[in-house]
Design a protein around this ligand. Structure first.
Ligand code: HEC
Length: 112
């Protein structure tokens, strides 16, 4: 618990390329099990800046009908509260800490 808090504080203070590195670590722990080639979730290469729900994946109608682009703001809103962003979404895990979301989003931008 203490460790998690310390990591969150460190992430909030970090900036630039270090952020993406921290984001990679968070991604490996919290996202990769579904977004690392598993059928549980869509692949995320090029997702940042790209269209919402456009991969070969059986999306929920909630996300499919959302439309739009994965801007930083949309990614942030989705990761903060997936069901508020896209009611009925199949992705239920969220990232409550602002700094962690920022780091993960920077990392997502490196995925091609
Ligand atoms: C338990 C499996 C699971 C985990 C863990 C998970 N996701 Fe997802 N994710 C999904 C599913 C399923 C969808 C599709 C949701 C839908 O169709 O409503 C999705 C969709 C997404 C999308 C939208 C993709 C698109 O093509 O538009 C992004 C971005 C995303 N996840 C990021 C993340 C990040 C970042 C994490 C880690 C913090 C994460 N996910 C953790 C299952 C997961």
């Amino acid at each position: 618990m203490l460790r998690t808090t310390a990591a969150a504080i460190a992430l909030t203070l970090a900036a630039g390329p270090a952020l993406a590195q921290d984001g990679a670590q968070l991604f490996n722990m919290q996202c990769k099990m579904c977004h690392g080639g598993s059928p549980m979730g869509p692949a995320l290469g090029g997702v940042a800046g790209g269209p919402v729900a456009a991969k070969a994946f059986a999306y929920s109608p909630g996300l499919k009908n959302k439309g739009g682009t994965w801007t930083d703001a949309n990614l942030d809103a989705f990761l903060k509260a997936p069901s508020a962003f896209a009611p009925g979404t199949k992705m239920l895990i969220s990232v409550p800490a602002d700094g962690n979301r920022k780091a993960i989003i920077e990392y997502l931008k490196t995925l091609k």
